[in-house]
Design a protein around this ligand. Structure first.
Ligand code: NAP
Length: 272
């Protein structure tokens, strides 16, 4: 058994994804929702092993704090400063991983199989947890230039300084000009999410060949993606990232590397 710990967590699509694969591969198991309040996180994480779970996903707001309560954190997750997956080892030890960057890169490749990280400058809007995972995975995949723009400039500076010479921070006011010559634009803010205003950006300077990606998946097409599609850019929504990040976790827990198929997309979309 496995599940996802978050607070609140009722909206999570992870049960729809993992239970689909459990049925598809006829695994003996189930994936549930664990609403865990922040003050109970330590007890909940340490309880995974005692309950006999194979592991757990960790989501908002626990991705950073949960690192403190596992026995080992994978080097990539350490660099990201957060975990989104715990796998119980044969000896009972809890190992923490972060598959968000993997999920992001795989979702780009699914949308555009010829996509390459070194195709040209990348513009990342936002500098929170999702941005950390995305910027790091892009740099590891060979991105030559990552332009980071965040409403709070200091957070963009921190990311750029930490991630080295190929990442640079720009003022929020520069976000329209920063699109010039870009091969990829990624929104990692919550602007455009259901209940939030659209991301305030003008795409006029973005080449029409650029890929436009949004980490948000509710709605599936944010105003940013709709505007990009209308001007001819290929778009990638955040559901692909969510579906693909789940694959290595399922593999670790249930022993099968599952695929993201059109039928899975349809099953998860049907929950919206
Ligand atoms: P976070 O750490 O709280 O970061 C939020 C980011 O949004 C910050 O950069 C923040 O800028 C920016 N922001 C907030 N309000 C803004 C506004 N009014 N104008 C401009 N920027 C604003 O959150 P997160 O964990 O990175 O998540 C961000 C988004 O990614 C969420 O929509 C989440 O659902 C999505 N996500 C998706 C996946 C997936 O699998 N698809 C995985 C993880 C996250 P400041 O620094 O200035 O506050």
């Amino acid at each position: 058994m496995a599940g996802v710990m978050g607070w609140p967590v009722a909206h999570s699509r992870s049960p729809a994804i993992h239970n689909y694969w459990i049925r598809q591969h006829q695994c003996q198991g189930a994936y549930g929702l664990f609403p865990v309040q922040p003050q109970n996180l330590q007890a909940a994480v340490r309880g995974i092993q005692a309950l006999g779970l194979a592991g757990c996903n960790i989501t908002i707001p626990h991705k950073v704090d949960a690192m403190k309560w596992v026995d080992w954190v994978a080097p990539l997750a350490q660099r990201m400063g957060a975990i989104n997956t715990i796998v119980v080892q044969a000896d009972g030890a809890l190992h923490g991983f972060n598959n968000d960057g993997f999920g992001f890169l795989e979702s780009l490749k699914e949308a555009q199989p010829t996509w390459r990280a070194d195709a040209g400058p990348v513009v990342v809007i936002g500098a929170g947890g999702a941005a950390r995972a995305i910027v790091l995975s892009l740099l590891d995949a060979g991105a030559t230039e990552v332009r980071i723009l965040n409403r709070t400039r200091s957070k963009a500076d921190e990311l750029a300084q930490e991630f080295g010479a190929r990442a640079s921070a720009y003022d929020w006011a520069e976000r329209n000009n920063a699109l010039s010559g870009a091969a990829l634009l990624v929104n990692t803010t919550d602007q455009g999410m259901h209940g939030q205003p659209a991301l305030d950006i003008d795409l006029a300077q973005l080449p029409s060949s650029a890929l436009v990606s949004d980490a948000i998946y509710i709605p599936l097409e944010t105003p940013l993606l709709a505007a990009a599609r209308l001007r001819g850019n290929t778009t990638v929504n955040g559901l692909g990232m969510l579906l693909h990040q789940a694959r290595p976790a399922f593999h670790a827990w249930f022993g099968v590397m599952p695929e993201v198929t059109p039928a899975l997309w349809a099953a998860v979309k049907a929950t919206f």
